[in-house]
Design a protein around this ligand. Structure first.
Ligand code: ATP
Ligand code: MG
Length: 431
């Protein structure tokens, strides 16, 4: 029986003590992508199953083995998104975004669902940040998107990561290449896994990213697609490399990168970390010039990438990068008695209007227990409010770190905290 009091296998809870790390990373990613003109798009977590079967490809691992598919109460086949591109492009077409200025530049961030064997860096619910750039065919677009990937990784604090690129050509060069692959694998048919045996006829390139050790061993010496590029694809790839060279972006051509999804054409790339073990690809992407037309739109060249946020955080952790912690509660007001409790609520409301995190007792605790609570949550300041404070309109603002107390006027509490905070920073900065 499933353990109903445990999160499902391959999923993680993001706890309050860690959520600041995600907020930091997501803010950085969105704002850096904004510098390149990418605006956020949010699409449903689920789509009609066909969106993925047709476009990710029915001979891919994702579609054959990994999708969370179910029939809804209206008898529709629905799938939780295993990736974003197919759904985002569905939305771009449905909402005619290409009718406005081209290129359309969108970015996204959210959960993806794949029924995989959970292990380090491989989850069943994971999160991706990615971008799609629609309506740009030139090598400059590839280089811009790749350089955005590099800058995003740098901006979130990743110190060392390598970029590998390849070209997997277009349907024209792919036809020749498929012939060569079929010839190569034909003699080894019996050794391939069942899935790859079926792939041999329909989509032999998929054998190259099979995870079975036998298949990957055989695939090692298979012909490389980069040796079969047509003149246009070769010129495009040379153009991409020239742009990357010009921008000073380091890369390595790796003829073995084919990517696991069918829609890719021409340029494909991965950012790979040496720090997080076997699941080392933090970001993967490429061009998918045929996808929009395949999905029923006017043809538009396009490209994008997706990065796994969990893997990105794993790299930051292995580097020992400290993500800036949010500040603690600014002030805890500890009231004694009914009148003070009322006053504390109004003081807190006024302080929050000024942008302070102000908390007070909503449990009905005695003074000692309240002070223990203030300590636990790391309140910067506390203020005890009893009858004499209410009468005089004055109270002692206590800085918890040092125990130092300053008398303040209750109706100027916000100013007092500003001043005290400023004094503290001046102290720390020695100015
Ligand atoms: P892999 O080869 O590791 O299975 P993939 O080619 O299936 O990766 P993509 O579909 O290109 O991955 O997804 C882009 C990124 O999303 C990956 O580079 C990785 O960072 C992240 N990712 C993919 N699958 C998972 C997963 N199951 N758990 C965590 N992150 C994942
Ligand atoms: Mg995978």
């Amino acid at each position: 029986m499933a353990e109903i009091n445990k999160a499902p296998r391959g999923t993680n809870d993001l706890l309050p003590e860690d959520s600041y790390k995600w907020q930091f990373v997501e803010d950085r990613l969105l704002s850096t992508a904004g510098l390149y003109g990418f605006k956020e798009i949010r699409t449903p977590v689920f789509e009609h199953t066909e969106v993925f079967v047709k476009n990710v490809g029915d001979t891919t691992d994702v579609v054959q083995k990994e999708m969370y598919t179910f029939t809804d109460k209206g008898d529709r086949s629905i799938t939780l998104r295993p990736e974003f591109t197919a759904g985002v492009i569905r939305s771009v077409i449905e909402n005619s975004l290409t009718a406005a200025a081209l290129p359309v530049k969108v970015c996204y961030c959210g959960g993806c669902y794949r029924y995989e064997k959970p292990q380090a860096g491989r989850l069943r619910e994971f999160h991706q940040f990615g971008v799609e750039c629609i309506g740009a065919a030139s090598p400059a677009a590839d280089a811009e998107v790749i350089s955005l990937g590099a800058q995003l990784l740098r901006d979130v604090g990743i110190e060392k990561i390598s970029l590998e690129i390849n070209s997997i050509g277009c349907p024209t060069c792919r036809a020749e290449y498929h012939k060569a692959l079929k010839e190569y694998f034909a003699g080894k048919k019996d050794e391939l896994c069942g899935t790859c045996n079926e792939r041999l006829d329909r989509n032999p390139m998929r054998i190259l990213d099979c995870k079975s050790p036998v298949c990957s061993e055989i695939a090692k010496d298979a012909p490389a697609v980069i040796d079969y590029l047509c003149d246009d694809c070769q010129a495009h790839f040379d153009g991409v490399k020239a742009h990357l060279d010009g921008m000073g972006i380091d890369y390595k051509v790796n003829p073995r990168i084919v990517r696991g999804l069918d829609y890719y054409t021409r340029t494909v790339f991965e950012f790979i970390s040496g720090d997080i073990g076997a699941q080392a690809t933090v970001c993967g992407g490429g061009r998918y010039d045929g996808l929009l037309e395949q999905m029923g739109s006017q043809p538009h060249p396009a490209l994008g990438f997706a990065m796994g946020i969990e893997r990105l955080l794993m790299v930051l952790e292995s580097q020992g990068t400290e993500i800036p912690k949010p500040k603690n509660c600014d002030i805890y007001i500890a009231p004694m008695g009914e009148a003070a409790t009322l006053k504390a609520s109004t003081l807190c409301a006024a302080l929050r209007d000024e942008g302070f995190e102000a908390l007070t007792d909503i449990v009905g605790r005695g003074l000692k227990a309240q002070m223990r609570y203030a300590n636990k949550i790391g309140a910067e300041y506390t203020l005890v409010l009893g009858d004499s404070e209410l009468e005089s309109g004055k109270a002692k603002l206590k800085r918890m770190e040092t125990g130092e107390e300053t008398e303040v006027e209750l109706d100027k509490l916000a100013d007092a905290i500003y001043d005290a905070t400023f004094a503290k920073f001046s102290d720390e900065l020695n100015i």
